[in-house]
Each structure stands twice: as C-alpha cells, then as structure tokens.
Design a protein around this ligand. Structure first.
Ligand code: 13P
Ligand code: SF4
Length: 303
C-alpha cells in the first residue's frame, strides 16, 4: 500500500514537472488545502485564476468554480480532480428559466451568483459572489434587478442595499439547514462568542449574526474582532483554515455540523491522477464562454 507521505511527494514532483498551480476552496479537506498554492473564497479563487501565469490549473473545489477558471483562461488547461463535484445550489437554475424571467421583465438586469453554470452566467448581465454581491447590486444602473439563484443571499442583499430585487428561490441545502434554533442553542452555551454567518444562511439566522460575510471575509472579521470564541455559521470545513490561522481562538459550529458532500470529493489520489493524466478537464463552449466572460468581467471590474 502506498503511504500518504509518498503521495504528497509524487504530487510535488508532478506539480513541478507540469508547472501547475493548485487552487483550493476554503471548504476543501485539510490535506488538499495544505498542498494548495492558494486557498480562498469564490471571489479570491476567480481573481487568482484570472491572474496566474501557470498553463495548468488544478482546481480543488466544485464544478462551477473550475468553470469560472475555464471562462477566464481559455488558452489554459483547467483540471477538476473529481468531475462529479457539483453544487446543489447551482443546479436550481437553468438558462431557460432565466430567459423566461427576462422576457417577463425586459427592463431588468440579471445578477447571477457565481454558484451557477457557465450557461446561466452567459444569459446574465453580471456575476457576483458572496464577497461582492452588495457592491455589484449597488453598481447596477438598470431600474429592476433579477437576482439568481440564491434566495437567502438575495434577501440579504435586498436588506443591505435597499434595492427591490426579483429573487430566484434557489438555496444551498447545507446553509439552509441551519436554523435560528440551532444558533440560539450555541449562543446560550457561548454567550460572549462573536457570531459570523455566510449570507447563504436563512434571513432569521442572519439576524442573529454579528457579521455576515464570505468564507474569506471570515478571516478578516476574526482578526479585527480579537474574539476568543466565534460561532461560525457556514460549512464546517471552514473550521480547519480558521483554526490553523487563529490557533488561540475557539471556533464553534452548529451541533449538527453543516457539511457539503461535494466539497469533500477531492482526494490526494485524485489530485495525483489528475496531474499525471491531465484529465478530467473542464471546458466551456466558446459561444457560452464569451457570454459568461462578460458577466464575470463586469463583476471583477466592480471590485
Ligand atoms: P464563498 O465564495 O463565500 O467561499 O462561498 C462559496 C460557497 O459555495 C458557499 O457555500
Ligand atoms: Fe454549493 Fe452549498 Fe456546497 Fe457551497 S456549500 S458548494 S453553495 S452546495
């Protein structure tokens, strides 16, 4: 049987040989985050994917994230070690659904959360992530906005910006499963803890949070707050990078830990095989890519 240490060495060797860069989302398993050149939230990863010089990008995350990399890097090879790693939220919306809604509201601009397929982005005007949804919506000049596909994020953005949004009622089952009751329970156990939440959580959960932010935003909030106990309302994989960066802080998740099974599908073995075989690749047909790129570039230009 091959040892874990050996596999890490083989990945290192292959990465050097291939001159590849490894990007990993904050929810990835610890051993994957540890070998990544860069870890981050969807916005950080999209920016990094647009910047990197490497010709080969190994994307450790879910399909829409690797697709975003392929959208901004047409000449490069984007690899997703597990092609079956999807996103239940992204699956709640189709391009046909958006087009139907657009026909009903012709004056509306469509703002689509990055957790969506390239085909959905291609029929949207702007892309956004949890890290910049408020800024993107504030920058839209159209008189009406269709916001897809996350209803919880849409309601949060509506509350913060005061803009009337036509909201697509999709949700992330991992975040939507966190209830206000679960949060109250943790708050009564840890009354002085800071509460930070991802905007994919329900409205009544966000109301109980001190700060609502993207996964990478959580690092900044913990740093600036100086808190010693933090209740974290997002996927439990965040416990690893937060604990690594702030070893003196206690991070508390809801008792029924929110876990995204798709985010856990990437393994060291799959990363090694991907680097060796340069497969499976994620590609986007050029006509779709160009439409999606416009929406992603508008987002990146906003900040
Ligand atoms: P972030 O962009 O905040 O990392 O969120 C991505 C995601 O899939 C949350 O469930
Ligand atoms: Fe998609 Fe939710 Fe998993 Fe994030 S946590 S990748 S939104 S299913």
């Amino acid at each position: 049987m091959q040892k874990k240490g050996d596999i890490k060495e083989r990945i290192e060797e292959l990465r050097r040989e291939r001159k590849a860069v490894i990007l990993a989302h904050n929810y990835q398993p610890p051993e994957i985050q540890d070998l990544a050149d860069y870890t981050g939230d969807s916005l950080g990863l999209a920016r990094k994917a647009a910047e990197v010089e490497a010709e080969i990008i190994v994307f450790c995350g879910v399909h829409f994230m690797a697709e975003t990399s392929a959208i901004v890097n047409p000449g490069k090879i984007t690899l997703l070690p597990e092609p079956g790693a999807g996103c239940s939220l992204a699956n709640t919306v189709t391009p046909e659904g958006i087009v139907t809604l657009k026909n009903l509201r012709p004056r509306a601009a469509v703002v689509t959360y990055v957790n969506s397929s390239a085909a959905v982005k291609a029929v949207s005007d702007y892309c956004c992530t949890s890290g910049n949804a408020v800024e993107v919506v504030e920058a839209v000049e159209a008189p009406e906005i269709i916001f897809t596909p996350d209803g919880n994020l849409g309601r949060y953005v509506r509350r913060v910006t005061g803009r009337e949004l036509i909201i697509w009622e999709g949700c992330c089952p991992v975040h939507d499963r966190i209830t206000a009751e679960m949060v109250r329970e943790r708050k009564s156990e840890f009354p002085s803890a800071l509460v930070i939440a991802h905007p994919e959580c329900r409205e009544e959960v966000l109301e109980l949070a001190d700060v609502v932010t993207s996964t990478s935003g959580m690092f900044r909030v913990v740093e600036e707050s100086g808190a010693r106990e933090v209740i974290v309302l997002t996927e439990a994989g965040m416990g690893y990078p937060l604990g690594k960066r702030f070893p003196g802080v206690r991070f508390i998740f809801p008792v029924a830990e929110p876990l995204c099974p798709d985010m856990k599908l990437i393994t060291l073995e799959k990363v090694e095989r991907t680097l060796r075989e340069l497969e499976p690749r994620v590609t986007v047909p050029e006509n779709i890519r160009l439409g999606a790129l416009l929406a992603v570039e508008r987002m990146l230009a906003i900040g």
